[in-house]
Design a binder for this molecule. Structure first.
Ligand code: SAH
Ligand code: SF4
Ligand code: F3S
Length: 449
């Protein structure tokens, strides 16, 4: 049997997709393209209305082949499955399974019967506390050298714009032992760069009476033999502590790379968003990082056009982008996501105004990233190469420990190695360089490793 998998949304979905792949592979299914597949598996996202529209239009496309041949059957899993629920079955009769992110563990039990079962499967979780998890690491993964491991489910923060707490349920840390086992399995399978995932990794362990807390989890994972690079996302600024920076300083395996989403530069809007910090508190935390890692990679998320955002609030958002000099900012126009609190707030901003603000902040950030990357011209960085560059013959791509994308001339033999690269050109999204030949007379390739 052949399946095709389509993953939308965040890295948590990437892991869920890889874990489902791993299970299907073990059951003897083969991954293929859209067209010959007997089953299409969609791992979906609800974060913005657009993310859902994409899935709806994709779903419509399978109708004609299904009417003619009874194939493919479609399984919709993930956040949008949880939010939209049974309506998916009614609108698209070729959808035979709808499963929320906390029901992943039930999928292996039903997946083989999807093709002939007379009735569809609806695996939604009414109880936001329960998690029926798929206890398998995502061994069958898209990138051989990189792996992702979820360390906590759900989120309890209820930022007023956000749907995640409604679809992913209550915050729940995974036991440290299970996390270490997953990372270990991925590293033994060849992954050198591991990212720990959670909606708010900093609150890891706060639901355990005896810990470990997040900095200690980092230390524990960093000790795993064979692991070269350890990363983590997402850090919620309100829970980001100095102890995390200390663990990073102690452990060179932990990458000097932090995603600290600010969301807005206006304290008034941050309060309406229920974010739990002010710009000043946020700045202090950035200071802790920059103090010890002046070259740290720093990224952020920012929403424009939140209800009630005035021109003054927006100018304050531009000011924080200018001030913190991020390497990358994930920007988005606010999207109404009922039942999240902001969906019914007064002062919803018209779409064209949101677009104007989005374009303005993107243009500003582009120039900042360009200037940061140009300053790196002439420097030498260590890059873990992990694949062909999306375009450009003979170019391979990899990342620095600060999470910058680097392109250089090379071959598949360079994949999975950390090589020194002299940067020749920086543009807004990537660095272009030349791999330095290891000095074999000295230490037999000392610069690899
Ligand atoms: N847990 C992470 C982010 C999860 S969602 C955090 O706390 O930062 C990823 C990003 O999507 C968010 O950082 C936010 O910038 C964006 N986002 C979430 N809900 C949104 C909405 N309703 N409209 C626009 N962007 C949104
Ligand atoms: Fe959403 Fe806020 Fe939770 Fe992040 S912390 S997932 S933005 S509710
Ligand atoms: Fe989307 Fe769910 Fe992630 S809504 S961003 S896939 S947690």
């Amino acid at each position: 049997m052949r399946y095709c998998i389509k993953v939308f949304g965040c890295q948590m979905n990437t892991v869920d997709g890889d874990r489902l792949r791993t299970v299907l592979q073990e059951k003897g299914w083969t991954e293929t393209e859209d067209e010959p597949a007997e089953m299409v598996l969609m791992v979906t996202c609800s974060i913005r209305e657009k993310a859902e529209q994409k899935v709806f239009s994709e779903l419509g496309r399978y109708g004609s082949r299904w009417r003619a041949t009874g194939r493919p059957v479609v399984a919709v899993v993930g956040c949008m499955a949880q939010r939209v629920g049974a309506e998916l079955l009614n609108r698209f009769p070729w959808v035979r399974l709808v499963a929320g992110p906390r029901s992943l563990g039930q999928i292996p039990g039903v997946i083989d019967s999807l093709l002939d079962s007379p009735s569809p499967f609806l695996l939604l979780d009414e109880d936001p506390v329960s998690v029926f998890d798929l206890e398998t690491p995502g061994i069958v993964r898209s990138n051989r050298w990189r792996g992702f491991v979820t360390i906590a489910h759900g989120c309890d923060n209820f930022c007023t714009y956000c749907i995640v707490p409604y679809v992913r349920g209550r915050f729940q840390s995974r036991p440290a032992r299970a996390i270490v086992e997953d990372v270990d399995a991925l590293v033994r399978d060849g992954a050198r760069d591991i990212t720990l995932l959670g909606q708010n990794v900093n609150s890891y362990g706060t639901d355990f009476p005896e810990g470990p807390a997040f900095p200690d989890l980092l230390r524990k994972v960093a000790e795993i033999p064979g692991l070269s690079r350890l990363r983590f996302v997402t850090s919620h600024p309100k829970d980001f502590t100095r102890a995390i920076v200390e663990a990073m300083v102690e452990n060179p395996v932990i990458c000097p790379s932090v995603n600290l989403p600010i969301q807005s530069g206006s304290n008034r809007i941050l309060k309406k968003m229920n974010r739990g910090y002010t710009v000043e508190e946020y700045a202090e935390k950035i200071g802790w990082i920059r103090e010890v890692f002046p070259e740290a990679g720093l990224t952020s998320d920012l929403i424009v056009g939140f209800p009630g955002e005035t021109e003054k609030d927006f100018v304050e958002s531009l000011a924080v982008v200018e001030r913190f000099k991020y390497d990358l900012v994930h920007t988005a126009a606010y999207s109404r996501r009922p039942p999240s609190g902001a969906a019914t707030m007064e002062g919803q901003i018209p779409e064209d105004e949101k677009s104007r603000r989005l374009n303005a902040v993107n243009a500003l950030q582009r120039n900042i990233a360009l200037s940061i990357n140009r300053d790196l011209e002439g420097s030498v960085v260590e890059v873990l190469f992990d694949g062909q560059a999306p375009k450009g013959d003979g170019l391979i791509a990899g990342r620095t420990s600060t999470d910058k994308v680097v392109l250089a001339r090379g071959t598949a033999e360079d994949f999975g190695q950390i090589l020194r690269v002299r940067i020749e050109r920086g543009d807004a999204w990537s660095l272009h360089g030349v791999v330095e030949k290891p000095d074999r007379d000295r230490e037999g390739g000392a610069s690899r490793g």
